[in-house]
Ligand binder design. Structure first.
Ligand code: FAD
Length: 308
């Protein structure tokens, strides 16, 4: 992995650096590029605008490391409020929610995270929409897939995420494709050791294509989350080869990244869903976005230099 990328991802877990970056004046501008805003109102305004342009969305109430059950409960409540709101404002046909099990208490116990996710899925069903469980670092993969399997017994439309950089993912893709699951395929955004993850970009891309083929050949609903122009083209070509109609799979991109491409795909008849984060716990999310693109990292280095 690029050493700068590793450095930034390591900084994502460092409290001192979090305080420095959060207090740096340019941070807010950068956050605005990737995050819809801090409030539910900001989030609803963003997804309304996307829906008006023919796009779909998945809303992520930001927050990962919870420090106690009360904190996890606050995150559950935020998701329940948002689901109600999407329903009452007529947006639930186009907008679902994404949740990180760590924000629902996974590090405090798998049972707590399952119970909390259960409540979010039950509310999503009431509000005529769905939930996707984001995937976090590899130490949580097994637990996340176990919780997903439990939730899918009752709500088969609950989505999961697989990361092409993990060596295990081809097997996981085959299993979920055979079950007919809704699966988001992404490259993967965390710093992972080489014994569990491919280290080179080409190896990750090749894994992405192999997993895409598996998902497209299967019975499920694949969701291709990537901004990589080559992968978007290959996935489109493979979808046609497998006889997949638009609407039997979708593309996904992040809020603020390649917006023209998002619209181009939608105009061409593809289903395109935008991942829209909101809330004040934006630090970890911002660090992962900075790490993905060398051009973004100049900001991060300036922030550190200004405080040293
Ligand atoms: C909808 C969605 C949901 C996701 N969910 C998860 C998840 O649950 N778990 C997880 O680990 N990861 C998740 N990711 C992140 C993903 O794993 C990658 O880290 C991220 O998408 C970058 O990979 P890429 O496929 O876009 O390819 P890259 O090769 O990283 O990027 C391709 C091109 O896209 C543009 N680009 C990509 N990232 C940026 C950026 N940050 N700023 C500006 N331009 C950029 C650039 O033009 C770049 O050349 C998600 C991504 C998306 C799109």
């Amino acid at each position: 992995m690029n050493p700068l990328r590793s450095l930034i991802l390591a900084a994502a877990g460092n409290e001192v650096i979090r305080q420095v970056v959060s207090a740096t004046p340019g941070s807010r501008d950068l956050v605005r590029r990737f995050v819809a805003g801090e409030t539910g109102d900001d989030a609803v305004a963003a997804v309304r605008e996307l829906a008006a342009s023919g796009l779909h969305a998945t809303l992520d109430h930001l927050g990962e490391d919870v420090h106690g059950r009360a904190h996890a409960e606050k995150n559950v409540q935020a998701n329940l409020r948002m689901l109600d709101r999407l329903h009452s404002e007529g947006l639930s046909g186009r907008v679902e929610v994404s949740v990180k099990l760590s924000s629902l208490g996974l590090r405090l116990g798998e049972k707590l995270a399952l119970d909390n996710a259960w409540r979010v899925c039950a509310a999503a069903e009431q509000c005529a929409t769905t939930v996707t469980l984001d995937m976090e670092d590899h130490t949580t993969t097994d637990a996340t897939l176990r919780v997903l399997a439990e939730l899918r017994h009752t709500w088969p439309s609950t989505g999961g995420v697989l990361q092409a950089y993990l060596r295990r993912t081809e097997d996981d893709a085959a299993a979920l494709a055979a079950e007919g699951a809704r699966v988001r395929l992404c490259k993967g955004a965390y710093a992972e050791p080489v014994n569990v993850a491919f280290d080179h970009a080409h190896a990750v891309d090749r894994s992405y294509v192999r997993c895409a083929n598996t998902l497209l050949a299967g019975r499920g609903y694949p969701m291709f989350a990537t901004h990589d122009p080559r992968l978007v083209e290959i996935v489109g070509e493979r979808a046609r080869w497998y006889g997949r109609e638009p609407g039997s799979y979708e593309f996904q991109m992040l809020y603020g990244i390649r917006p023209e491409e998002q619209l181009r795909l939608a105009t061409n008849g593809e289903t395109v869903r935008i991942y829209v984060p909101y809330g004040d716990q934006w630090y970890g999310y911002l660090m992962r976005r900075l790490a993905e693109r060398p051009a973004n990292t100049a900001f991060f280095l300036r922030a550190l230099a200004s405080r040293s």
